[in-house]
Design a protein around this ligand. Structure first.
Ligand SMILES: Cc1ncc(COP(=O)(O)O)c(C=O)c1O
Length: 371
């Protein structure tokens, strides 16, 4: 049976089973999490939570967590709704979008389509240009073009934005996004990676939520704090919308360990600054070293903690050869607009980045890629 290309990164368990090794031996460049997390404070909180928070049900209103998150944004807690990862919240945003025409910049994160399909809704692709050396201004214009809205009627569209974009890593400037709030019936902005980007917070739309009832901002703690397994994200939107979502969902979608872990880290600015310093150092290092590997390999600029690569030839043999060595990179065959000539690589720690570059250099040497 041929293996389907993965829809998400991070299939570490599967590769470890295949190589018959411990998952910790796999170097994972496919899921873009901060590579030195989670913070110690999170581990400590979880140990305490095992004593105090496993037996009782979580507080169904998540009041304390909502207060802590709201405080980090200077908002009232009624504007915040914690979720079982950002992924759960996409499902409710999609329910709100089901009577609208959803516009999805492509190539893009597949989970929005999954969320829309839950309600029998489909998205309309909005192709992004795949050459963006000319800066963000020119490619953001595609979303505001009248052609995009043609045949939809006034504000009959729901626009799904990922900032920075996945898989390209392009950063949407806040001033380029703001006008879109006047053009679409609903704007869902997924800021899962934004808190990792040095200077990224200035492009967040969170502070606009009180002014725009049609705005939903979804954030994730997964990437910044390397806690994908705990499942914790949150939405910032108008209280009436969030109240509606609360009535639709399960009574306790976020478990108590995630709540306690979230409380321990959510306001940790020292951690965030450490992450910014790491990304500002390692992002350019990785690009510089990947760029030198071979002339047919192109590395695209990006603001997030991953980089997109393309090649004149299929990159599947390279990806498979790395996997044989226990190195996982993100196969892009599940993005229909990209296919097998593209890879997405997370930025790791220096010693791991070095190992990746060395392994890639060895595969690329003596191969057709040099052509
Ligand atoms: C753009 C983007 N948003 C959201 C998520 C999922 O976040 P969470 O783990 O909080 O569900 C991912 C996961 O890969 C992602 O790439």
């Amino acid at each position: 049976m041929t293996e389907a290309p993965p829809r998400h990164g991070g299939n570490v368990q599967q590769l470890a089973r295949r190589l018959n090794c411990h998952p910790r031996r796999i170097l994972d460049f496919s899921a873009s999490l901060v590579p030195f997390g989670p913070p110690r404070s999170l581990r400590r909180a979880l140990r305490r939570a095992l004593n105090d928070h496993v037996v009782p049900y979580p507080d169904p209103s998540y009041q304390v967590l909502r207060e802590a998150i709201a405080q980090t944004h200077g908002l009232d807690p009624d504007w915040v709704l914690p979720g079982n990862g950002a992924a759960e919240l996409f499902t409710w945003a999609a329910r709100d979008a089901r009577s609208l025409i959803s516009l999805l910049p492509t190539p893009g994160f597949a989970d929005y389509r999954r969320a829309l399909a839950t309600w029998g809704a489909v998205g309309r692709s909005l192709p992004l240009r795949l050459h963006w050396d000319d800066g963000p201004r020119s490619w953001v214009e595609a979303l505001a073009e009248p052609r995009t809205l043609q045949g939809t009627g006034p504000r009959r569209t729901a626009l799904w934005i990922t900032n920075p974009h996945n898989p390209t890593g392009q950063l949407w400037r806040r001033d380029s996004l703001e006008p879109l709030l006047h053009a679409h019936g609903l704007v869902v902005v997924d800021e899962a990676f934004l808190p990792l980007v040095p200077g990224g917070e200035t492009h967040s739309l969170v502070s606009l939520a009180p002014r725009f009832g049609n705005l939903v901002v979804i954030r994730s703690l997964t990437k910044l704090f390397a806690m994908a397994g705990l499942r914790l994200g949150y939405a910032v939107a108008a209280p009436e919308r969030l109240e509606r979502w609360r009535r639709w969902r399960d009574p306790w979608p976020v478990n108590s360990l995630a709540v306690q872990g979230g409380l321990a880290v959510v306001a940790d600015r020292v951690w965030q600054q450490r992450v910014w310093r790491w990304l500002a150092r390692e992002g350019p290092w990785l690009v510089q070293h990947l760029d030198r590997l071979c002339p047919s390999l192109k590395v695209y600029p990006g603001a997030a903690n991953y980089r997109l690569l393309s090649c004149r030839h299929s990159l599947t043999p390279l990806q498979q050869s790395l996997a044989q060595q226990g190195i996982l990179v993100r196969d892009c065959r599940s993005f229909p607009e990209l296919g097998d000539r593209w890879l997405r690589i997370a930025v790791g720690r220096r010693r791991h980045n070095r190992r990746l570059v060395t392994a890639m250099a060895a595969v690329l040497r003596d191969s057709e890629y040099v052509a």
